[in-house]
Design a protein around this ligand. Structure first.
Ligand code: PLP
Ligand code: COI
Length: 353
């Protein structure tokens, strides 16, 4: 595909790596292309990073037609840069687009956009283990009219943010609260799509949990408020009595790429991973019986995040003595090892640039 590049005349200074947070500073450029029904995607361009201008009636501002993805470019110890399973993000973005009646991307073009952009912004891929260049592709409906229908115009963009290690002092188990009031999404809704509205609707519960001293909430399903779904904006896994269980993908859960990768790594480690409905009652019983050995969240940002305490109602349960469990640690080591190029990738997941 043809991508025109207009370089910035005012390059940014890359902040010191130890000062990088998450998603706060951006690279010099951004990618944009536009879509119009009948014309398809056009005017693919990389331009200096900056504000964009929208018509006040733009669909995204009224009806929330927005989807996004999140993936990282990692610096290997040999100095090279690589992506992790980028086609998975591209395919998921198209599934999200289909759900929100937004236009699909050509998969090959989308990969070329990622590659071209990361090569251009290579100096922003930090070097220390755990740090990365976080890539944020996103798309929004951009009709300049208030009618409610599938959009005729859309915009796709890619921005990138050099980000620090998610864990400044190593991975620490977090405190999580089981949420029994708000739900994230429902089956038949948009849970499997990575659309902005899912996140806007879930921050209230997260804020309330934070006020009570918890890092995040554990979501229950929106139909029966009975089955475990996700933890915050991550998928969740449990080791109960030797068996690894993760909620099955019912349509309200985001099909995480880290989740999928964890399942494959765990299988090669000799564990059976069961994807099924797991009720909160079953989980509480396992905790009461001391059979919940490990619990962790998994997602691109944190990779693997151990859960040390879980609260339900007015009861708080400690998991694995509040320490990171053996399986959680191994998963973290293997996945981060592959991502940062320290462990041989026997799965064919890394995409070197
Ligand atoms: N669940 C939600 C709601 C998310 O936003 C994310 C993050 O992207 C995940 C799960 C984990 O998905 P992935 O492993 O593909 O990053
Ligand atoms: C993740 O990568 O795990 C996330 O949840 C990303 C978040 C910033 C939406």
């Amino acid at each position: 595909m043809k991508i025109t590049i207009t370089k910035t005349t005012t390059p940014n200074v890359m902040p010191p790596e130890e000062k990088l947070g998450f998603g706060k500073v951006f690279t010099d450029h951004m990618f944009i292309m536009d879509y119009e029904e009948g014309k398809g995607w056009y005017d693919a361009r990389i331009v200096p990073f900056g504000n964009i201008s929208l018509h006040p009636a733009s669909t995204v501002l009224h009806y929330g037609a927005e989807i996004f993805e999140g993936l990282k470019a990692y610096r290997r110890s040999d100095g090279g840069v690589q992506l992790f399973r980028p086609m998975e993000n591209i395919r998921r973005m198209n599934n999200s687009a289909e759900r929100m009646s937004l236009p699909l991307l050509d998969e090959k073009d989308a990969l070329e956009i990622l590659e071209t952009f990361v090569r251009l912004e290579e100096r922003f891929v930090p070097k220390s283990f755990g740090t990365s260049l976080y890539l944020r592709p996103f798309m929004f409906g951009n009709d300049e009219a208030l009618g409610v229908h599938a959009v005729k115009r859309a915009t796709f963009m890619l921005i990138a943010s050099p980000s620090g290690s998610y864990y400044a002092e190593g991975i620490n188990p977090v405190k999580i609260m089981i949420e029994s009031e708000d739900v994230r999404t429902v089956r038949g809704g948009t849970g499997y799509a990575k659309c902005g509205g899912n996140y806007a609707a879930s921050t209230r519960a997260g804020e309330r949990a934070a006020k009570k001293g918890y890092s995040q909430v554990l979501w229950l399903d929106g139909v029966e408020r009975k089955y475990i779904e996700e933890v915050g904006a991550m998928n969740v896994m449990f080791k109960i009595d030797g068996e690894i269980i993760t909620p099955m993908l019912t349509g309200s859960i985001l099909p995480g790429i880290t989740r999928k990768s964890c399942i494959e790594v765990l299988k090669t480690m000799g564990y059976t991973v069961t994807e099924r409905l797991l009720s909160v009652d079953e989980l509480v019983q396992a905790m009461e019986a001391g059979k919940l050995e490990e619990a962790w969240g998994c997602g691109t940002a944190a990779v693997v995040s151990p859960i040390g305490k879980l609260a339900y109602g007015d009861k708080e349960y400690e998991i694995g003595g509040g320490k990171i469990g053996e399986v959680t640690q191994k998963l973290y080591d293997i996945l981060t090892g592959i991502q940062w190029g320290k462990v041989e990738d026997t799965f064919g997941w890394v995409h070197k640039l």
